[in-house]
Design a binder for this molecule. Structure first.
Ligand code: F6P
Length: 350
């Protein structure tokens, strides 16, 4: 009997998704399995909308950004009473042997529950530009996003210097500061503001004034969208929370630029890099990394090792339990932040 395997990509897209589909598809097709793509993440399984992956030129797919399957943030556990039965029906209708789920925390969390609660034979592949998934050294898409943010900060230096300005550059990452920290360090930003440490405006401004007194014409401030800003001990960042009880992110760089200019009179502008960080072709590392994770997922399917996620541990491609992988969010460590602060300017918090 031919092995029939479903695949979906869920959550925010990340450069390398197509490469992961390529790694999975080539391995499975070589093993004479049939691969069926579901459109737009979990929505495709709930509504049973598919895309044939029969005649896809995987070799060419590898280099393309985005995901040819489409993506969405839909989750069967949003309305479990109606949506979970639909998921089970679609899997039965297509006589799927396994379902490969490529996604971040939310998408993989649903896969883990379907495996544990309904024995749906799932295999996970981690992706997110945020790099905030535990149980893997990195997620693909992260380094492509870091590259975009680094280049943007590099390029902004000349205009910042021309005008003697501060540029506050907002990076994605939700509640993790990985992109901001990596890009900020790589481009020599004068300050890096991340959600993992509160930002005290008084300290940040004092540091910037000291810097200006040394003759610096410009300063680049890398600001994570989730950075929390305090002035006179009071949080002045957005206090609204999302459905998971987490503070809403965004507009952090605007706030930094406005408050810094108002406090010390150093002209400041802001730029939100936004979805550019998820756009375009993956860098070579992410292509190869995603390809290998996809191929490992195929192996897990062929060996019937469900409830597992392909992962990178200490530089090696391996696998971990999906449940362990979604149990904790990975944020910047104190070690990373302390080391940074000992090299460059303090980030503004005690
Ligand atoms: O999780 C990936 C991510 O790009 C975050 O960094 C960002 O906060 C969010 O998705 C943006 O989501 P959307 O595409 O829904 O605006």
């Amino acid at each position: 009997m031919t092995l029939r395997v479903g695949v979906l990509t869920g959550g925010g897209d990340a450069p390398g998704l197509n490469a992961a589909i390529c790694g999975l598809g080539r391995r499975l097709i070589a093993a004479h399995a049939e691969l069926i793509g579901f459109r737009d993440g979990w929505r495709g399984i709930i509504d049973d909308t598919t895309r044939s992956l029969h005649d896809v030129d995987f070799q060419r797919l590898l280099i393309q950004g985005g995901t040819l399957l489409g993506s969405s943030g839909e989750n069967p556990y949003r309305e479990p009473a109606t949506m979970v039965p639909k998921v089970l029906q679609t899997i039965a209708r297509h006589r799927l042997t396994a379902l490969v789920v490529i996604g971040g925390e939310g998408t993989l969390g649903a896969a883990d529950r379907l495996w544990r609660e309904h024995q749906v034979p799932v295999v996970g592949v981690p992706k997110t530009i945020d790099n905030d998934l535990d149980a893997t050294d990195f997620t693909f898409g992260f380094f492509s996003a870091v590259e975009v943010a680094t280049r943007a900060m590099d390029d902004l230096r000349s205009t910042a210097d021309s005008h003697g300005r501060i540029m506050a550059v907002e990076c994605m990452g939700r509640h993790a500061g990985w992109i901001t920290a990596y890009a900020g360090v790589a481009s020599g930003a004068e300050a890096i503001l991340v959600p993992e440490r509160p930002v005290h405006l008084e300290d940040l401004c004092a540091n910037l004034q000291r810097l200006r007194a040394t003759g610096a014409r410009s300063a680049i401030i890398a600001v994570a969208e989730g950075a929390r800003l305090f002035e006179n001990g009071v949080c002045i960042s957005c206090m609204e929370k999302d459905q998971f009880g987490q503070y809403l992110t965004g507009d952090a760089a605007l706030l930094v630029a406005k408050r810094v200019q108002a406090r010390i009179g150093w002209e400041a502008r802001h730029l939100v890099l936004g979805h550019l960080q998820r756009a375009g072709q993956p860098i070579a590392f992410d292509r190869i990394f995603a390809l290998r994770l996809g191929a490992r997922a195929a192996r897990l399917v062929l060996e019937k090792r469900y409830g597992q996620m392909a992962s990178m541990q200490k530089g090696e491609i391996t696998e971990v339990s999906l449940h362990d992988a979604v149990a904790a969010r990975k944020t910047l460590t104190d070690k990373f932040l302390d080391r940074y602060e000992s090299f460059f300017l303090p980030m503004g918090g005690p």
